[in-house]
Design a protein around this ligand. Structure first.
Ligand SMILES: [Zn+2]
Length: 227
């Protein structure tokens, strides 16, 4: 029965996206690709996948997976707004729960650092999807809690896809020295949220976080839309 329901939901999503490409992929509502109501129905992950890394939604969820894939590979930048809005709400709760809002000296500003693409990838895609999601978090934020910087962390070279390397040790070697920091004064003692669309093995995220910590950040957490 459950399988049938799943199948029905999948077919519904496909039909909506084919017939109404500008409508919500979940319910067909007009003028929004992913509506708040449909996002609210997606079950959230209960646990953080890695230490100091949080991830809201399960990547197996078709609506989430398709939204991220379209944002990334089909130039559907509009998906960044609803995903960023969901992350904003999530972050507000998270920072309150974890008591991460205030430091020793009052209000903390969090610097969002999107996981960078290589120069080549950025050129072919034309945008960094994590940067678009980050911008949408900043746009939602009326209390100046979040700011974003797209350039402080950069990727030195393209890597072999992490998923293709089965051996854990080789995966980690593949990432060593992958990221570097420019204008380190921007992150000196900063509170940083490293942001990505998807965290899979977590190795890329951890490498980015490590690079920022070594460059002088005070507190670094990781965040992604899906895991
Ligand atoms: Zn909807």
């Amino acid at each position: 029965m459950f399988m049938l329901k799943d199948l029905f939901t999948n077919v519904k999503h496909v039909v909506f996206s084919l017939l109404f490409p500008e409508n919500c992929r979940g319910c067909g509502k007009a003028d929004v690709l992913l509506c708040e109501e449909c996002l609210a129905l997606v079950p959230e992950n209960h646990e953080n996948p890695y230490k100091n890394v949080w991830s809201i939604f399960p990547y197996e969820n078709r609506l989430i997976r398709k939204s991220i894939q379209d944002l990334k590979f089909k130039n559907r930048k509009e998906f960044a707004a609803p995903l960023g809005a969901a992350l904003y709400e999530y972050l507000i709760d998270l920072l309150a729960d974890e008591n991460l809002f205030s430091g020793n000296c009052g209000k903390v500003t969090w610097l969002i650092v999107p996981v960078p693409l290589s120069k080549e990838r950025l050129k072919t895609r034309g945008y960094n999807q994590a940067g678009l999601i980050g911008q949408s978090i900043v746009d939602k934020d009326k209390s100046d809690i979040f700011i974003m910087d797209n350039s402080v962390l950069y990727k030195r070279h393209e890597t072999v896809s992490q998923v293709e390397i089965k051996d854990r040790k080789r995966r980690l070697e593949n990432l060593k020295g992958l990221f570097a920091v420019r204008n380190a004064q921007l992150i000196h003692k900063a509170h940083i949220i490293v942001l990505d669309d998807v965290v899979t093995t977590g190795a890329t995220m951890r490498e980015a976080m490590k690079t920022l910590r070594s460059a002088g950040a005070r507190k670094v957490i990781g965040l992604s839309v899906a895991h």
